[in-house]
Design a protein around this ligand. Structure first.
Ligand code: UDP
Length: 458
């Protein structure tokens, strides 16, 4: 104890500069990481784009610097995720460099020990090199899906990608248990953009001083070992981040608290919580199949319908008139939920998710089994691992069809068939809690990270 408080004293007077990718699923873990490192004695500066900026008043203990990201206003960024990521990397260099250089020259501030930036913001490696500042990387996704990204050159060489529709069900023998349809790609007008972003993320990760992961060793040991061999830089699995601090204040949309009072009125483990995260979208037909599947399942449901979830609609217009009313309060729909509190609520019995990595981890940490409906990129790998490796969920294999939805919900939540899955996820919840406790693997990795940061300075 005395030793650690002495170390903490030494770290006081050292500043870390963190730069998140400005998307909800990346901002949340970066700000959690900032809290974790702050609690270990570092001062924290967040550099952020003006776009999608979190509210600094929720983080009075951090310093914020914003810059204008210089993106084209022709709508490309709103409709094409990969173009957006690619443009961030090509356009943000000069304003980010300017912002960071200013920060480094401020003599009134503590000296900066290193930059920690999102893996997808790979352009920052070059800027850090120029400014002679070490860069650590935060990868907000799973280690398992990162192994698939590192295999992209091989997957291209062997003809798996670009994906051909006729091969969707074929196994990828090099990466079991993945099938071609589980590979982390996304529909984009120009696949070259996707390859560029993936290669940038992997190669500039290798050029960094180390990678921090929102995962834990007991969950992804084999993937972490593979990456340890492939990347050649230190790896720090210190997750699950969100369990280190009680509440998250980095939501970009207001979280509808009515969820909690509605959940209070439901029976234990009876509710299916449905949310597809901040980016995924469905078409109107799929939306209606989801609605009818939920209604026919007879389970109470809490459904996040984000404005923008249904392509071509503002919000709930496609629902038949009186649809929710006829369910007599069995269904509650909100625009955005306090997801961590929802998953921790005793009334929730299952999570129908798109398997974004944050949602996947948040579900596991509360012992909630999943119905997996991945949409794109790493969500597909996560879903396959949830159903086939960790076996804490089932995947909707035949797309969105109301009969299958109804059967899957019943199987997972009520029938005997789902019992093992329900038990297994409770076991995983315990493991996740253990790794953060005294002597746990993530605590140990965090100690290693703190030492590593000190060694970068000397
Ligand atoms: N989230 C939330 N309210 C919602 C839906 C999601 O607060 O109604 C949070 C969720 O807890 C998670 C993040 O938004 O931390 C979504 O990240 P994820 O990686 O699951 O998916 P993405 O949005 O990046 O696709």
């Amino acid at each position: 104890e005395r030793q650690s408080s002495k170390e903490m004293e030494q770290r006081k007077g050292r500043r870390l500069v963190l730069f998140p990718l400005p998307l909800q699923g990346h901002i949340n873990p970066m700000l959690h990481l900032a809290n974790i490192l702050h609690s270990r004695g570092y001062s924290i500066t967040i550099i952020h784009t003006n776009f999608n900026s979190p509210d600094p008043s929720n983080y009075p203990h951090f310093t914020f610097h914003f810059f204008s990201e210089n993106l084209p206003e022709d709508g490309t960024c709103a409709t094409d995720l990969i173009a957006f990521l690619s443009l961030l990397n090509t356009r943000c260099g000069p304003p980010f460099r300017h912002c960071l250089a200013n920060l480094l020259s401020e003599t009134s501030e503590e000296p900066v020990a290193c930059l920690i930036s999102d893996a997808i913001l790979y352009f920052t490696q070059e800027v850090a090199n120029e400014l002679k500042l070490p860069r650590l990387v935060l990868r907000t996704g799973a280690a398992s899906s990162f192994c698939v990204f590192t295999a992209f050159p091989l997957l291209k060489e062997r003809g798996y990608i670009p994906i051909q529709d006729s091969r969707l069900e074929e196994p990828v023998v090099e990466l079991p248990p993945l099938r071609v349809k589980d590979l982390p790609v996304i529909d984009t007008p120009d696949p070259v953009d996707l390859y560029r972003v993936v290669a940038g993320m992997v190669n500039q990760g290798k050029a960094s001083s180390g990678l921090i992961w929102n995962t834990f060793e007991e969950l992804e040991q084999s993937a972490l070992e593979t990456l340890d061999r492939q990347l050649g830089v230190p790896l720090f699995p210190i997750g699950p981040f969100h369990k280190c601090f009680p509440v998250s204040k980095s939501s970009l949309s207001p979280q509808d608290e009515s969820c909690i009072s509605w959940l209070d009125k439901q029976e234990r483990k009876s509710v299916i919580y449905v949310s597809f995260g901040s980016l995924a979208a469905v078409n109107e037909t799929e939306f209606l199949e989801i609605a009818w599947g939920l209604a026919n399942s007879k389970q109470p449901f809490l459904w996040v319908v984000r404005p923008g979830l249904i392509r071509g609609s503002e919000w709930l217009e496609p629902l038949p008139n009186g649809f929710l009313e006829t369910l007599g309060g069995r269904g509650h729909v909100v625009k955005w939920a306090p997801q961590q509190q929802v998953l921790a609520h005793s009334a929730v019995g299952a999570f129908w998710t798109h398997n974004g990595w944050n949602s996947t981890l948040e579900s596991m940490c509360e012992g909630i089994p999943m119905i997996c409906m991945p949409c794109f990129t790493d969500q597909r790998v996560n879903a396959r691992y949830v159903s086939e490796i960790w076996r804490v969920g089932v995947q909707l294999e035949k797309g969105m069809e109301r009969g299958e939805i109804e059967r899957t919900i019943k199987r997972l939540m009520v029938e005997k068939d789902g019992e093992e899955i329900r038990e297994r996820v409770l076991h995983l919840k315990e493991k996740a809690a253990l790794c953060l406790s005294q002597g746990g693997s993530s605590r140990h990795s965090l100690d290693r990270l703190v030492h590593h940061i000190s060694s970068l300075e000397s």
